[in-house]
Design a protein around this ligand. Structure first.
Ligand SMILES: [Zn+2]
Length: 352
């Protein structure tokens, strides 16, 4: 008997380009949402974009509420939920880098409200996906929620963000290579469901970004265009798979572990990029394609070593040996690497 079924949730409106922040109201009007909008942002994004969004809704006769959060924390999520209840919000807009958007999607998920993503930095694929996480004690609180109903990514705004945020977004995309390899491996060894379509889309997204590396340069608005389009397509791959698998493998476990144990973790994208160099080595050996991953990262100016991440060698090795404990996700790390093997992988690839 045929009993397969699938459910693909995608954003309805994805608006990308120069000056599109001023079309936020149009993008939202088409969604037929009801009630009061609540605009969630953190201080800098609020000044750069949040106020302009609030003004649009005010001018159109909505009665927008706003809340500015200071940090990415579980408390901040609770604070936004309480605020949304106070003002009787009908839907939410997250305006910011990863932080405000993650918090908005988690609060929206909790309240059962629709949310719209307005990224002010192209720093990771969470700006398009439904997945989000914030630190809670020494662990992370994560949700696998619905993706945003709409994404409004203004390249003029994104180009103003600190350059390292853009290179972090690029590195997050480049890590799709190893994420898909881990996914295929888990399919072969553990019968984890695999989507050819989502896998191919995720890989193609990474290839297109690497092919455009020469156009990804500080000060070029086109860079933001290339990166944010790649982040959107990566998010679509996750929506099709109904899993973060197309864009998150062992390199992401490694990064999550660094977030827990490093005294001063680096940006998410930068950590997964360095992780991908080492996990590609684990997949394909010393003569494998880890050099291609490293060279692609270097070409866009993302870190390729522990030093460049600002994390000491011992912490890198510890994260490699313990990353498999983070969550029940089968990857090339299997049931864990020995310390000797981790040192070998990090040394051969020049990470330490
Ligand atoms: Zn990522």
């Amino acid at each position: 008997m045929f009993d397969k079924s699938t459910w693909i949730r995608l954003p309805r409106n994805v608006v990308v380009g120069h000056g599109v922040l001023d079309q936020t109201l149009d993008a939202v009007d088409e969604l037929h949402l009801a009630g009061r909008p609540l605009v969630v942002s953190s201080p800098t994004p609020h000044a750069v974009a949040g106020e302009r969004v609030v003004d649009q809704f005010e001018d159109a006769g909505y009665d927008p509420a706003e809340v500015v959060i200071d940090e990415a924390s579980f408390d901040a999520v609770q604070q936004v939920i309480a605020h949304a209840e106070d003002v009787d919000a009908g839907f939410m807009l997250g305006v910011g880098g990863g932080k405000a958007i993650d918090i908005t999607k988690m609060a929206a998920d909790d309240l059962g409200l629709g949310f719209v993503s307005v990224p002010t930095a192209a720093s990771h694929d969470g700006i398009v996906s439904g997945r989000g996480s914030v630190p809670e004690g020494d662990t992370r609180h994560s949700v696998a929620a619905e993706p945003p109903l709409a994404v409004v990514a203004d390249t003029e705004v994104l180009a103003e963000a600190p350059w390292r945020l853009t290179t972090a977004g690029c590195a997050d995309i480049i890590s799709n290579y190893t994420a898909v390899r881990d996914w295929e491996l888990a399919h072969r060894l553990k019968n984890v469901p695999y989507s050819e379509y989502a896998g191919a889309l995720s890989q193609m997204t990474a290839e297109m970004l690497v092919d455009s590396a020469s156009s990804i340069k500080k000060g070029l608005e086109e860079s933001s265009w290339i990166v944010v389009k790649a982040l959107v397509s990566s998010g679509v791959a996750m929506s099709i798979a109904d899993s973060s698998r197309p864009a998150s493998g062992a390199e992401h476990l490694f990064s999550h572990q660094l977030d827990r144990i490093a005294p001063d973790p680096a940006l998410h994208g930068h950590q997964v990029g360095v992780g991908a160099i080492m996990t590609e080595y684990l997949h394909s050996g010393p003569k494998g394609r880890w050099r291609d991953v490293r060279d692609a990262l270097a070409a866009i100016g993302a870190p390729t070593t522990a030093d460049e991440l600002g994390i000491d060698d011992e912490t890198i090795v510890e994260a490699l040996t313990t990353a498999h404990e983070i969550r029940d996700r089968y990857t090339v790390l299997g049931d864990g690497m020995s310390e000797e093997a981790a040192i070998e992988a990090a040394t051969v690839t020049g990470v330490v």
